[in-house]
Design a protein around this ligand. Structure first.
Ligand code: ADP
Ligand code: MG
Length: 215
């Protein structure tokens, strides 16, 4: 049990390390997507936020949930912008809900549902408004739809295509929230940058687990 809990802390730290690497690789792409109808800063915001979140989780003590709370607060502070505040609150809410574990499909799904509720309350976006919710909600629903005894790693991998399909669906949406809403029509034909980066965060978690458990 103690080892499992320690394992979870290491997973959180490695998730943030890998997510940062992945976001550096995709920084320009996210900036270009955000420039279509927004201000072009989304890649930079994600990299800045994740750099701070990664450092915070490395320096923090406590459970995996505690590390996520620290990482979310640092992300919000450093990231700035709409996505900094919303993703920071998402990560912090998930961390609080997970607390000391256990870390399984049921607790993780409940924590992500709480995170989704927080993002919805703060940002007031609905599914179809072309935001990160259009990737997050289908992913959370796909987790919730699996048998409770499914190993978390397997359930996560199984749910990823739902997030990816959610990103694809944002291409034919017109932005109704955030900065992009002002030039919403321009965003048609392009995926939402926040939905894309959220999916990179979810994929990074799977990559970290795959490295632990090569199949
Ligand atoms: P800013 O719009 O402040 O420049 P970013 O460019 O970093 O922030 O992030 C833009 C992304 O934030 C959008 O692509 C969208 O996914 C997400 N977003 C913006 N407003 C909202 C909202 N009200 N609810 C949910 N997500 C939002
Ligand atoms: Mg922007």
């Amino acid at each position: 049990m103690e080892n499992a809990a320690k394992g979870a802390e290491s997973v959180v730290r490695r998730w943030l390390a890998y997510a940062l690497e992945s976001m550096v690789v995709h920084e320009q792409e996210l900036g270009r997507l955000d420039a279509v109808a927004g201000d072009g800063d989304h890649g930079a915001t994600m990299v800045r936020g994740l750099r701070a979140a990664h450092t915070a989780a490395k320096e923090a003590n406590g459970s995996a949930g505690d590390l996520l709370v620290a990482a979310g607060a640092a992300f919000a502070d450093a990231g700035g912008g709409a996505s900094g505040a919303l993703l920071g609150a998402l990560i912090t809410t998930v961390g609080r809900a997970l607390s000391d574990g256990p870390y399984n499909l049921t607790t993780t799904t409940t924590a992500l549902q709480a995170g989704l509720a927080t993002v919805t309350r703060l940002g007031k976006a609905q599914p179809g408004d072309k935001t990160l919710i259009d990737a997050l909600q289908p992913f959370v629903d796909a987790l919730a739809g699996q048998p409770a005894d499914t190993p978390l790693i397997v359930a996560w991998r199984t749910a990823l295509p739902a997030a990816e399909a959610g990103v694809a669906a944002t291409q034919t949406m017109v932005a109704k929230r955030g900065r992009a809403a002002k030039l919403g029509e321009r965003s048609f034909g392009h995926p939402d940058p926040g939905a894309v980066s959220l999916t990179y965060l979810l994929q990074a978690m799977s990559t970290v687990w795959d490295e632990n458990h090569p199949s």
